[in-house]
Design a protein. Structure first.
Length: 73
């Protein structure tokens, strides 16, 4: 769990903003949302496989777009 020490003469709002930024960078909120409900192991594998396929298709699409782009120069 991220923690923030409030500095001398530092407004609470600034410390809260710093805490939120640290939580965002650490992925705390996304982890809590992911663990909110139990997900069966088969569902986890299925979701990860779908994400891998999506990543691969995106990469392939970007490569094709780069190859068909007109070359100026």
């Amino acid at each position: 769990m991220p923690s923030v020490r409030v500095r001398e003469n530092e407004p609470f709002e600034v410390a809260l903003r710093r805490f939120k930024r640290i939580c965002e960078k650490g992925g705390v909120l996304s982890e809590v949302r992911r663990r909110e409900f139990y997900e069966k192991p088969t569902s986890v594998r299925k979701r990860k496989a779908a994400a891998a396929v999506k990543r691969q298709q995106k990469k392939l699409f970007q490569e094709r777009a780069r190859m068909t782009r007109p070359q100026f120069g």
